[in-house]
Design a protein around this ligand. Sequence first.
Ligand SMILES: [Zn+2]
Length: 409
Amino acid sequence: MSALAQVLEQINIDEVVELTRALVRIPSVYRPGDPTGTESRVAGFVEAWLRDEGFAVEVQEAAPGRPNVIGSIGEKTPGTRSLLLEGHTDVVTEGEPGEWSWPPFGAELVNGRIYGRGAADMKGGLAAAMVAAAAFRRAGVLPRGKLVVGALVDEEGGMLGVRHLVRTAVGRELDAAIICEPEQNELCLEQRGVVWARFIVRGRMAHGAMPEAGINPIAALAVILDEAPALQKRLRKRCERSRHLRPPTVTPTIIQGPARGVGIPQSNVIPAAAEVTLDVRLTAGIDADGIRGELEQICAKAVAAFPGAKVEWEAVNPFRLATRVERSESLVKAMVRAVRAVTGRAPVYGGVPGSTDGTILRTELGIPIVTCGPGDRLIPHQVNEFVEIGELLSAARIYAASALNYLEA
Ligand SMILES: [Zn+2]
C-alpha cells in the first residue's frame, strides 16, 4: 500500500465529526474582562488531545490566559521543510441565542451538518487538521521534515496568536502554511487586504446658533464621507483585478461627533472634534505607502474645504495588505495533486474576501500560504452556522495528502 493510502486509511469520518462537535461544545468567545471568556479551555482540550496522539506540544502564552497550542511531528533537518496546518480557537459571539434554531454551543448533528458557533469558522477545519496530522503517526508513516498543527488565539481580534507565533522558533522555521478557514475546500491563493483608517477632524467649538464663530468638524468630516466613493474608484484603478476577489471597497463604518473623549453631544454645541472610520479592503498592487498617500490626500481635501480645520488619520490596526501566492509554488502544486488524488477532481480555485492569520504569516515570514477548509464561505459569524460533514472528511484527506506531497518533495 502507498504511504498516502496508509495515511488516508487512518482518517475516519466519525472521528472528525466527534472531534468537531467536542470543540464546538467548548465556548471560546473572547470576552474582555471575563477571565473565563477566553480560548484557554478549548486550547487545553486541543493540547491534551495532541499529547495523547504523541505529538510534541508547545503551549505559547500569546496573552494572559490566551494560549497558542502548537503540536508537531518530526523535525526540520537540513534539506527538509516545515509545514503548518493552521487553525484558530476563538469564535465570534453567538449573538442572541433565541435566534438560533439549535443551541449555539450544542453542536447538533442534523441531516449531515453540525450546527453551532465555530462549526465552520473554524473548529471544523481545526479538527480536520488535527485528525489529518495524527493519521501519520497512527499509520506509522513519518513525513520527512516537520508537520505542525497550530491552534492559535485571537484570529477574530487583533491576531495576537499568529503575531506571537511568527516571533518564536517554531514559527520562524516554517516554510509554508495551509490556513484551514472555511472556503468550501477551494484552493484560495489570494486574500483581500484590510486597512481601518480613523480620521480625526478638529475644528473649533461654538454655539450652534452662531456657526460662523467656530469651525464645524462635522461639516469637514462630510468631505471625507463624500470622498469615499472616489477613493474606492482610484483604488480599483491602482489595484489588480482578480477573478477570485471582489475589487477594493471603501466603506464608512463608524461616525462619532463629538469624537471620543471630546465632551458630550449637545444639540446646540458644535463639538471641538469628530471622527469617522473607513473600512478599506484591497486587492494586490498597492503597498503601505500607496495607501498612506491616498488617505493623506483625503485629509488635504477636507482641510482645503474647511480652512482652519485640522484633519489627521490613524490606522486602527496594523495594515494587512492583500496577499497572493503563485500557482507555481510547490505548496500549491502539492495541494493540486492532493485534491485530485482524494476527490478525483481538479481543484476549484477561490479567494478569501477578508484577511486571516495567513495574512500575517505571508507578510511577516514571506512564506507561501493557501487557504482551504470546510464550510460555506458566507456562513461565518451568522446564526445557525454549520459545517457539512462531507466537507470535513474531504478537508482532512486533502490536508494529509497535501502534507505528504509537500514534505516529501
Ligand atoms: Zn476564522
